[in-house]
Ligand binder design. Sequence first.
Ligand SMILES: Cc1cc2nc3c(=O)[nH]c(=O)nc-3n(C[C@H](O)[C@H](O)[C@H](O)COP(=O)(O)O)c2cc1C
Length: 367
Amino acid sequence: MRFGSLTLESNLFLSPLAGYTNLPFRLVVREMGGVGLCTTDLVNARSLLERNPKALKLIETSPADRPLAVQLFGAVPEQMRDAALQLEALGVASVDINMGCPVRKVCRVGGGSAMMTELDKTSRLVKAMVDAVNIPVTAKMRLGWDDDNLTAPDLARVLEAVGVAAIFVHGRTRAQGFGGTVNLAGIRAVAQAVASIPVIGNGDVTTPQAARKMLAETGCAGVSVGRGAFYDPWIFQHTRHYLETGALLPEPDFEQRVQVMRRHLDLMVAVFGEEHGCRMFRKVAPWYAKRFGPSHEFNRRVVALSRRAEFEEILGHYRRWRAQFLDENGDLKPRFQPQPLVASFMRSPGATERNQIPVPRGPVEVW
Ligand SMILES: Cc1cc2nc3c(=O)[nH]c(=O)nc-3n(C[C@H](O)[C@H](O)[C@H](O)COP(=O)(O)O)c2cc1C
């Protein structure tokens, strides 16, 4: 897939998830295969320029973590431009800009003219970045403020005109938060608004079938997966295979999941140190456990993890406890098997949101 001056191995992307898409997780996803480009958590441009240690940690990378996009956040044009230059000098493959979405209702001061001012301002900021660096500059947005203000197509058109290499669009409005349905028609409108740059659809993709439906119904050039990758790090490999062959690969079994979870923990410890890595892993492990079948005995203990060796004890205890749910072949008895998550746009009419992918706790509502 062409992406500005880059050629990517696939049209599947890892979305930024602040607090989650750190180096260990990106490496896990890459080791599974199938992903074309991974993006970091959102990074404040000013903090990066000030060499704030937390910001530098967010962009920590390694040779196996390529190609890498860093997502920048900021409203001061000079800072955004200089941060992009700094990232280019560090060898980052592309820079993504967090646009949230244009807040028409909030910035309107009569007749919607403020929105145009805002668009002008945004496009100047983006143009200065595009002109300064040779690597692709991309933008990530929602569909707009609410259903009456679907401004993403206009914004995408303006950004393409100033040289943005691709647009990522989460198919929800800001008013929706993470509820309701991902609007495929809304993503299609963005894909149709631009002349030639790729538009990458995003939102609720948890299965290869959902990715294919998003591609087919929106005409988008690629799919970006956030929470679905946390729920299932195999999703890129499986989706790529499905898109290429039409066949579904078998689901990883419990032992394979444990192996990858352990690898994830080891990488967390290597990158963040044992104590901090283990503490951070407390919120990661329960995502793996969502596919283990009954898992509260695992979650109850893993949320107190503080030493690498404790993890093996927790796992040993959990294996013994979990045995009660297995049949004579060592497989989960059918009634204990986890329900597959269903993308909002794959649900049959009238179905509830019960099987929707969860949103982790934290200040996530604006993304
Ligand atoms: C915990 C969490 C953190 C997020 N952090 C960011 C972020 O830093 N930048 C961003 O543009 N979007 C962020 N998002 C939005 C995701 O990138 C993505 O657009 C959204 O979750 C929908 O995709 P999904 O259903 O595949 O997760 C975040 C979402 C969640 C749940």
